[in-house]
Ligand binder design. Structure first.
Ligand SMILES: *Cc1c(COP(=O)(O)O)cnc(C)c1O
Length: 397
């Protein structure tokens, strides 16, 4: 692969030398793998999204999976500072964890996308989390639990218009909405759906939108009330202006990747995460010497090899073996040999400038992007970001 941008882009936040020294002076010395999280770039990406959606449209910051690996508490706090008041997580456990790690603004709302198990319903009340409902049994159980508690539970109806994952069918939606209205301890705060191929706005996606509007239109007509409607993830924010409705739900765009890694980004978002590790060993190899498990690569000529302190247990996927490049000191080098659990090797050729202790950028603003690495790994940027593991120290810059 060629064409990785390895020059630092002047417009992005770079870690200053003094900050670098602070990391080195940390109690346990320099990190062996770390993810720098640029909250400035996060704010920039939010501004890019607002520039598309306009001021009227609410933005729900999607912070599931620890904010796609970036740190849900810090991302939520930063977005709140910028005026965002709606947040989405995968399930009640993520919601509780976020509530425990970060005291959210009193007027912030937190929605869990998963359809709950009955055993979890009381937790939504206890922690002030909005619940997704897709079926009658859950609505009845929620009403009973909320009534026993003497509280009011905020619920949103998820309509399955074609994603085939969660949601009530459009045909059954009206009955479910009527049941919610007949439940005095439940408050309907939204109706939403999710697109299966949001970067293709025509055809199937357009039909999903129609089905959704049929449900919400019928509800509003029947009750004379308006309800918050939302559908658009990052792909639809970019490609479907007519699907933004009252609120949009950006995830990947906030984190600086385009939903389609192969397409040129139509929005000038910047990477929020830089995933990096250290060179911990440099050696000279004679021609013919092999590197790593299963000897998938051998040096055709005498060469220098750097061993970098991150592997698949840090989130550098093993499927990247022999397929990608890593940046060290602003230069891009081919990765060689099988990626191991804790280390990855890089072919320096005859470059003798790389030294033990140098920073190696696996992806980020001064290396290949997560999207470029995702293509090399045969996956999507989402998966690479989420798989940066707990062993990788997050540093907010
Ligand atoms: C993950 C998710 C999103 C965000 O999707 P992106 O493609 O990252 O923007 C929005 N809505 C729901 C229901 C989701 O699960």
């Amino acid at each position: 692969m060629s064409g990785f941008r390895h020059e630092p882009q002047p417009s992005v936040t770079l870690v200053s030398a003094s900050k670098d020294q602070n990391f080195a002076a940390a109690p346990n010395g320099p990190n062996l793998s770390e993810a720098l999280i640029s909250l400035d770039n996060l704010r920039h990406n939010l501004a890019c999204i607002r520039a598309i959606t306009g001021p009227q449209c609410r933005i729900m910051g999607i912070v599931k999976a620890n904010a796609y690996g970036h740190g849900a508490a810090q991302v939520t706090a930063t977005l709140e500072t910028e005026g965002v008041r709606d947040f989405g997580v995968a399930n009640i456990h993520e919601a509780i964890e976020l509530r425990q790690e970060h005291r959210m603004q009193p007027d912030s709302r937190l929605l869990a996308f998963a359809s709950p198990l009955v055993e979890h319903i009381a937790l939504y009340l206890q922690h002030g989390v909005e619940m997704t409902v897709c079926d009658h049994d859950t609505v009845r159980a929620a009403q009973a639990i909320a009534a026993a508690d003497g509280g009011r539970l905020r619920v949103q109806v998820k309509v399955d218009t074609g994603m085939g994952r969660l949601g009530v069918t459009p045909e059954e939606a009206t009955e479910l909405l009527e049941l919610i209205e007949a439940s005095p301890n439940l408050e309907l705060t939204g109706i939403y759906t999710h697109f299966a191929e949001s970067d293709k706005p025509e055809g199937f996606t357009a039909r999903q939108r129609e089905r959704f509007l049929a449900v919400t239109g019928a509800y509003e007509e029947r009750t004379g009330k308006t309800v918050t409607k939302h559908a658009a993830n990052s792909g639809a924010i970019v490609s479907m202006p007519d699907a933004r409705f009252d609120m949009v739900r950006p995830g990947i765009l906030l984190y600086g990747c385009h939903p389609d890694d192969a397409a040129p980004s139509p929005v000038p978002v910047r990477p929020v995460m830089q995933f990096q590790a250290r060179v911990i060993f440099v050696k000279a190899l004679p021609a013919g010497a092999s590197v790593s498990y299963n000897r998938t690569w051998s040096a055709p000529d005498p060469t220098r090899i750097a061993t970098v302190s991150a592997g698949y247990a840090d989130g550098f996927h093993r499927t990247l073996s022999n397929k990608t490049r890593i940046c060290i000191g602003g230069k891009s080098f081919p990765q060689v040999g099988t990626v191991t659990m804790d280390q990855t090797m890089v072919n320096l050729g005859n470059d003798d400038s790389v030294k033990v202790g140098d920073t190696a950028v696996l992806f980020g603003w001064s290396g290949p992007t997560a999207g470029q690495q995702a293509i090399a790994a045969g996956t999507i940027s989402y998966e690479l970001l989420c798989s940066v593991s707990r062993r990788v120290r997050r540093i907010f810059v």
